[in-house]
Design a protein around this ligand. Structure first.
Ligand code: ATP
Length: 250
C-alpha cells in the first residue's frame, strides 16, 4: 500500500483569468479507491487530464508510476484504463468492431474478460455505437477501459448516464474488485452518496483548491455532531458551503 501510483506536487493551472488548479498536491498509494469530489467547474477534469498527460504541468509536477505522463506517455498510458466524461467512442463502429479495434492497443487485453464484461453489461455485439443509449455507451466505454486489466483505472464522472442499478451493481462491483486485486481507481463524481459507498479515500476540491483529502474513515470519524457521524454530503457543505454543493443527482 505504500508505493504511490500518482504524485502531484504544487500543480497550478490557469486558463486565462480562471485558476482551474491552485497549488494542488496529492499522493495516491496503490490499491485504493480515490473519490475526487467537487462542484461543476471545481477542477476535477483538469486534474485528471494532467494525470493522463492530456495537459502539461505549467507549474508544479505530475508523476504517474514515477513517470512524467507528458514526457513518457508509453510508460504511463499502457497501464491506465480511462473513461472520459464525454465518452468519445466512434459512432460508426459496431460494439464487436470497437472491441477488436481496442484490443490492438493493449498487449495485456484479456479476450475472455472482455466477453464476460460484454455479457454482464448486456451489450449487443452487433449494435452500432451511435445507436446505443447514453448508459449503453458508458458501459461500452467501461468495458474498453477494463478489459486489459489496467493497474490504474481513471473514471471521470462515470455515473453520468448510468441508471441507479447499473451504478450500484456494476460500477460499484467493478470498482471494488479492482481495488481488492491491489489495483488503483481514481474516479471523479458529484454524487457524494455514491462516493461514500465505494471510496477508501476522498479528496474534495473547490475552485481549484483541495479543501479536504483523507481516508474516508478518518473524515467520518472527525466529523461528528452530538455523536452522530455526518454524511459526506453534510461534510462537503461544511467545508465548501451550500452554494457550491454538487447537485444531488445526475
Ligand atoms: P465538471 O464537473 O463540470 O466537469 P470540473 O470539476 O471537471 O467540472 P474542470 O473541467 O476541471 O472542472 O474546469 C475547471 C475550471 O477551468 C472551470 O472554470 C472551467 O471553465 C475552466 N476550464 C477548463 N478547461 C478549460 C479550457 N480548455 N479553457 C478555458 N477554461 C477551461
Amino acid at each position: 500500500m505504500s508505493e504511490s501510483v500518482i504524485n502531484v506536487s504544487d500543480l497550478t493551472r490557469r486558463f486565462g483569468a480562471t485558476t482551474a488548479l491552485d497549488s494542488v498536491s496529492l499522493s495516491m498509494p496503490r490499491g485504493a479507491v480515490y473519490g475526487l469530489v467537487g462542484a461543476n467547474g471545481a477542477g476535477k477534469t483538469t486534474l485528471i487530464k494532467h494525470v493522463l498527460g492530456l495537459l502539461r504541468a505549467e507549474s508544479g509536477s505530475v508523476r504517474v508510476f514515477g513517470h512524467d505522463p507528458v514526457a513518457d506517455p508509453v510508460a504511463v498510458l499502457s497501464r491506465i484504463g480511462y473513461l472520459s466524461e464525454e465518452n468519445d467512442l466512434p459512432g460508426w463502429m459496431r460494439v464487436d468492431e470497437l472491441i477488436r479495434y481496442s484490443r490492438a492497443f493493449y498487449h495485456a487485453w484479456d479476450d475472455a474478460y472482455a466477453e464476460e464484461l460484454r455479457q454482464t453489461f448486456a451489450l449487443d455485439p452487433t449494435a452500432k455505437i451511435k445507436n446505443l443509449s447514453k448508459g449503453q455507451k458508458a458501459r461500452t466505454g467501461l468495458l474498453i477501459a477494463l478489459a486489459f486489466r489496467p493497474e490504474l483505472l481513471v473514471l471521470d464522472e462515470p455515473s453520468s448516464g448510468l441508471d441507479p442499478i447499473v451504478r450500484r451493481d456494476i460500477l460499484g462491483a467493478v470498482i471494488r474488485t479492482i481495488a481488492d486485486e491491489g489495483r488503483t481507481v481514481l474516479f471523479s463524481s458529484h454524487l457524494l452518496e455514491e462516493v461514500e459507498q465505494v471510496a477508501d479515500h476522498v479528496t474534495m476540491i473547490s475552485h481549484g483548491k483541495i479543501v479536504l483529502s483523507a481516508p474516508l474513515d478518518e473524515i467520518k470519524e472527525s466529523h461528528r455532531v452530538n455523536g452522530r457521524v455526518l454524511s459526506l454530503d453534510e461534510i462537503f457543505v461544511a467545508h465548501v458551503g451550500t452554494a457550491e454543493a454538487p447537485a444531488p443527482d445526475a
